[in-house]
Design a protein around this ligand. Sequence first.
Ligand code: SF4
Ligand code: SF4
Length: 822
Amino acid sequence: MQGKSLARSLTERSKFVVVAELAAGPGFNFAPIEKFLKTAREADADSIPVGFDFVGITAPQSPGGVANLEPADVLTRVKASDLLGSLDFIPHVSCKDHNSDAITSSLVTFRARGVESVLALTGDKPVRSQGVFEVESVGLLQLIQRMNDAAYLKAGPEQWDGVSQLFPAAAVSPFKYTEASQMQQYYKMEKKVAAGARCLITQLGYDWRKSLELMRYLQESHIDIPVLGNVYLLTTTNPAPRLMHDGKLPGCFVSDELLATLQREKLDDHVERAAQQVAMYKAIGAAGADVGGLPDFDTFVKILRRAEQIGGDWEKHKDNLCWPGADRFYLYDEACRRVNPGKRKKRLAQRSFNLTHRMILDPEHRGFRMARHVLGVMGAGKGSGFGYKLFATMEKGVKYAAFDCQDCGDCYLPENFGCCTMGGCEKGLSNAPCGDSTVDGRCGNNLDRTCIGERIYDAAVAEPDGTQRLRENINRPRNPDLRHTSSILNYLFARDHTKKNPLISIGDQISAANPKTSKVMKEILDLGEAAFARQKGPVGHIRALIRSQADEGADYIAVNVDALSDDEGQLAVKMMKQYVKLVRQWGRGVPVCIDSRFDDALAAGLKEWYSTDQAVRPPLLSFIRIKAADQVLALKREHDFNLVALLGDPAGGCPGVDEACDLARRLFDKAVKHGFEPGQVFFDAAAVPLVKDEPTLAGGRGRTHSAFETIRRLKSDPATKRSHYLLRIDTAAAELPGRAIGVCRAYAASAMEHGLDAGFVNPALHYGDEPADPALLELVNAFVRMDGSPEQTRIAKELMARFCAENQKPRKPAPAPVLSKS
Ligand code: SF4
Ligand code: SF4
């Protein structure tokens, strides 16, 4: 029999899903879990009421920050004793005890053991040891998404059924009672969804208006994601209510009134309240409930049966489900109207931070260039030496006094509106806050401080576009290599997270010219339009290509379907529209590069890119030839775009330098006439494979020489110097027997010296970031110097012959001849 699956049940949404949260007892005691599951296995098949689908159990990881049985260990034990039956197992994975590598290893192990759904959490601050928190919940979800994408990238046609995907759930708390803490919870929830959360589980809380508020917020924000309401059986038969009331379990809130009521009540009343909560979540549109605090399976069944009896009549019990804090922020008023955010003024510290940042650290400001120059002359930019130490020491003192700086070296003060989430947060989170703030906005792990999430929110709301920036910005984990180095110098000299790509990267991985991608595209084509709407199958591979290129910092994501099209380009038009839509959907805001020899496909892709209510950045249209230039450039009247003008023949490479420069000027004049700025024009100097480069141009020049010289000449021309220059860099290494990446790296490095600033590339290779191998640079430069002199041609050819001989892959040995015995 097929086992149950939370992911499947939530996708089908046929019944109200229920999971039971089972924690080990104090002192690593497995007995409570064993007892629950044994009774569940022995129970009658109809013990769970018909409207409920008991799908599985969730296993918390060291709840409350106190060491306990690891979920992996619980899985081993329940499997060894065959206690699960057909139930799903959903481990909590948190960031408190492990760095990102260890979390990845643990996820890989879970996946190999058949785990599909995980609850991805930041985790509680460890009570007795040092928390790690290298990533937090958003970083963890991104990590899971990268693992899922990697599985799809590895697979090829006819292997899709074997691609295992983790189904991550994320937590959200609607039970905050200050505007700042509550809005930060909703913004972080949106970031979690953007980072790949497939379902939400609420924090525990006892206020139906807040539960409803969450559902309303999701609807209003057009976020269609299943929600499981957290129903914790709050009973005075254990210390949980008192600990929550006293703030000993951060993030869990029990008001004075609720505690007093619980103390007056009996266990049956506590069970009744849990049942009312289940019924409430079912009625307000939640997909299910995560029921915790259970002493045994019978109580679990009792809660569900009573919830079934209550059905849609939960509103009769509103008073029993409403225990808010003293401060009562609700996002919607009694008439369901959204309340306006309170006004904030910039504090003096925020004003000073903004002013200093603008004067010295804004690249648009003269102060930035002066600071870079002076510090460079002092030798501070090198990352060592007396000048560097002097500056770093001063910086540490000032930043510690002003921001509680912890010297992480990869500073996120600008993204966090002048607040440091290392020194200002008990967990040092990259993306604050967690869910631990108290009802009045203090840190649940240190009541003497205001939660950093509150401070960031207040500062953000005081900025003109701050709320939107706060809502959208996801900070990457800090670069650990920069710890204890000067963050200002890391920023000024482009070593921190703000570092830009040396080349404008046009991700070239979605191209029908690539044999594997072409097969995947063909499979999608055969499946028809419906394939694009599926989560699984070949479209998963394309989605992974889009997301991975965006993650690697691509400036554009190119789509080229020409190799699969008919000669008239009709199929290219149809396919281009679908792929452009996918880039818009999955590309995290990175604009598409519509790359086609069919002008109709360029026009159709451009129109499709803008067929949305979302704000999108101008795409790049490639490749525009002189013949049809006016027709394509006229599209600018309808939609803005940037363009790639081709200076040669894609098959034959760059023509002679004079012809290419003449062509460039004519294309440039046309573009300007149609209203393009010089910076919107990219010239493609048309690369050829080095191995095929022959001295066939006028005067015996080679095509690589011609392409590089064209770039150099146009770059020094006052008219075209502000335009961009690109090459399809991977072309250079085509048909080489090995070391293709190294050759491309050397090719890019040499071209950049001639003025190249953009390229069709695999963004994961980050050409221009690392130095090229000198021997490979020598090989490339030999072709760059092939200017007609027989001597230069001889050197290039000899170097290429030697390179090919050295990198020839050993052939498979021929099978040994069968010797006859005669
Ligand atoms: S360098 Fe790091 S620790 Fe220091 S203020 Fe900036 S973010 Fe905080
Ligand atoms: S300061 Fe806020 S975000 Fe940081 S640990 Fe405390 S409650 Fe969580």
